[in-house]
Design a protein around this ligand. Structure first.
Ligand code: AMP
Ligand code: MG
Length: 639
């Protein structure tokens, strides 16, 4: 029966993984496989996935486990290349062996015979071969020549082996009873804890019991995040945005904005009163027919011995050099209908320029209105007065850096959409509403990317799609040590690049950061509080850096503790409420928000600050006493 077999290729090489060498075997194997045709001249093999890992047991195992986790999506064949020799770092056979449900020494003999027929050096390869679930796994040597020779030796029987391992009946070969095949392939009992799509392989018992990812400090992690965000921000070209476009709110200016017109654009009265010639002094004056009102058009001339009625903001008539306010005058005569003032007495003397705003005295033409790097109408900042200033200076558009685009998705088979019926063991998705709101209230737009199940294919597709359109992708769940936690291995292989997978902090230890070309990916833990805290510590600063904020890091403030707090072994970001100083005190005070369990979202919902607590080993005593002055990161307004 013609069949298209799916193949995954895993390149095991420290140097290729570090970018120090180019992989030759992968492309050579792909070419060889592509050239294999069945009797109908159709291709037999399709290489669906490739990945590169260093010569590290856990990373090799994680990748193979990821690929073979779902029965439906697992490839028919996994080829590894590299790490089969005698040098101390060559551990591929040792990494792969425990993952095999059944070994296939016959395939090893064929590979060795094929290799030895070309060169005695083939004896220095230590391949293993076997079956995991229904996937055949072969470990080929790392050299292009060795890898292709070994595979060539197996090609004549490979399609048949793949077909048999799928449990298919092939007319031209001995029939394998389906029952015998499925029973014997799973020596370890079926896993009942894997969220409904149980995998038949021996995987879960052999999963790593220590995380393979290096633990780094919060400050190291933040530095890595900001380095990548700043580098990505530098590549963005600024855009002209019209005044009145909401996109201006929260954007950062890409150039000095200079006043197109002076403010005020004419000599303007500061008060309601009479425009005068100051040298004429106090006395009685006839009120000339010219009445200056704001917007009155062509300016009249003030003749000697007369004064002109003028209102606040109106242009001062030609010939006048000061304004006397109405409070410093007396009416002498009025018209019979009292509609016109005919004569008015000026009571005191005025200096030239009194009560007149000079042209450009608020803002000179060409002066810098707002400087490059200015953060427009930042939340709680200028509150719109900056845009008013821009409008008054005659500017119609500004050159700004656009804010980054962000998407948020939740991963987890147990998650249920709001409004859907919930079954035992299911959980309502609390993370998306939390993170979307937190991002939006920090002044950024966020796109809802929905819920994605814990399935390698679904996650991979979701990540690929998201990074294509967005500057930042934030996910929650699937980064811990459980067997359904698939995101880390995915982000550790090309085209993704993982920069850290563990941070010394509580909550949020499994926080993971990766990039894919210029897109930033934050894979946050599933526990709602962990996700919300990690968002504040890493994602919000990254968004600010991407938006070209001059200082993307949330500043620390000092607060006095209202009660004792026991320290944790990890540096802790303790949720707290910060209040204004009590009567007679000058310091802000802080109270914890109760149980700090990372599942208890209430501890975050009632917090306006994260207390930055040292780990117990960093501090002289295991508890911080009431009255202790601690650092805090404000995440909401002071109570
Ligand atoms: P994980 O990080 O996927 O191992 O999840 C850790 C815990 O957080 C589990 O109890 C999950 O059910 C829970 N969790 C994960 N994602 C969410 C979510 N979006 N909303 C609420 N709880 C979640
Ligand atoms: Mg999960």
């Amino acid at each position: 029966m013609p069949e298209l077999y799916r193949v995954a290729i895993l390149i095991v090489s420290d140097r290729v993984s570090a970018g120090e060498a180019e992989d030759g075997s992968g492309p050579a194997l792909q070419k060889l496989l592509k050239a294999q045709l069945d009797s109908d001249k159709k291709i037999l093999f399709e290489v669906t996935t490739t990945a590169v890992v260093p010569d590290e047991t856990l990373q090799i195992q994680e990748m193979i486990k990821l690929w073979t986790r779902s029965e439906d999506e697992a490839p028919n064949l996994i080829l590894t290349t590299g790490g089969t020799g005698f040098s101390p770092r060559d551990i591929t056979p040792e990494a792969v062996s425990p993952l095999l449900d059944r070994e296939a020494p016959g395939l090893v003999i064929s590979m060795m015979t094929g290799g030895l027929s070309k060169t005695p050096l083939a004896a220095l390869s230590r391949p293993v071969a076997g079956v995991r679930g229904s996937t055949v796994i072969l470990t080929l040597p790392g050299s292009t020549k060795g890898a292709t020779e070994n595979l060539l030796a197996l090609l004549p029987i490979l399609p048949h082996a793949l077909s048999l391992s799928k449990g298919e009946v092939n007319k031209s070969h001995p029939v394998i009873p389906a029952a015998a095949s499925s029973a014997s392939s799973h020596p370890i009992p079926r896993d009942t804890c894997s969220h409904g799509h149980a995998k038949k392989s021996a995987g879960v018992a052999l999963r790593p019991r220590a995380s393979p990812y290096k633990m780094i400090s919060v400050s190291e992690a933040l530095e890595l995040v900001l380095d990548h965000a700043i580098a990505a921000a530098k590549k963005k070209t600024p855009e002209k945005v019209k005044l009145g476009d909401p996109a201006l709110l929260g954007a950062v200016l890409a150039e000095n904005s200079t006043a197109a017109e002076p403010v005020p654009a004419y000599l303007a009265s500061i008060v309601d009163g009479y425009a005068v010639r100051s040298r004429e002094g106090p006395g009685e004056y006839s009120v000339s027919s010219c009445v200056s009102l704001a917007g009155a058009g062509e300016l009249p001339e003030l003749h000697e011995g007369t004064i002109a009625r003028i209102s606040t903001g109106a242009p001062v008539p030609k010939g006048a050099d000061a304004v006397v306010m109405i409070e410093d005058t007396q009416l002498v005569t009025a018209s019979a209908d009292n509609q016109h003032e005919l004569a008015v007495r000026i009571l005191g003397s005025v200096e030239p320029g009194d009560n007149i705003r000079a042209i450009g005295c608020d803002l000179a033409q060409g002066a810098v209105v707002l400087p490059k790097g200015y953060h427009i109408s930042a939340t709680g900042g200028a509150l719109g007065a900056d845009l008013g200033l821009i409008a008054s200076s005659g500017l119609q558009e500004l050159l700004v850096y656009r804010k980054p685009t962000v998407g948020v998705l939740s991963s987890g088979n147990e998650l249920v959409e709001l409004g859907d019926a919930i079954r035992p063991g299911q959980v309502r998705d609390a993370n998306r509403p939390t993170l979307l709101a937190a991002i939006r209230s920090a002044g950024f737009e966020a796109v809802d990317l929905g819920i994605v199940p814990d399935m390698p294919g679904a996650l991979e597709t979701a990540f690929h799609r998201a990074v294509k359109d967005l500057d930042v992708v934030v996910t929650t769940g699937g980064v811990s040590m459980g067997e359904a936690d698939l995101i880390k291995p995915l982000l550790a292989s090309p085209p993704f690049k993982m920069h850290f997978g563990r941070v010394a902090m509580k909550p949020g230890k499994p926080t993971t950061f990766a990039t894919c070309s210029d897109s930033l990916i934050f894979a946050l833990p599933g526990n709602p509080v962990s996700a919300a805290v990690a968002l504040q510590l890493f994602v919000i600063p990254a968004l600010k850096a991407l938006a070209n904020h001059v200082n993307p890091i949330t500043p620390h403030i000092q607060v006095k503790l209202l009660h004792d707090i026991a320290l944790d072994a990890r540096p802790e970001y303790h949720r707290a409420t910060v209040f204004s100083p009590p009567p007679g005190e000058s310091m802000l005070v802080a109270r914890g928000t109760g149980s700090q369990a990372s599942s208890r979202l209430m501890s975050m919902a009632s917090a306006n600050a994260l207390l930055v607590l040292p780990s117990s080993s960093e501090h002289s005593s295991p508890t911080l006493p009431a009255g202790y002055i601690a650092h805090a990161i404000m995440i909401g307004p002071i109570q």
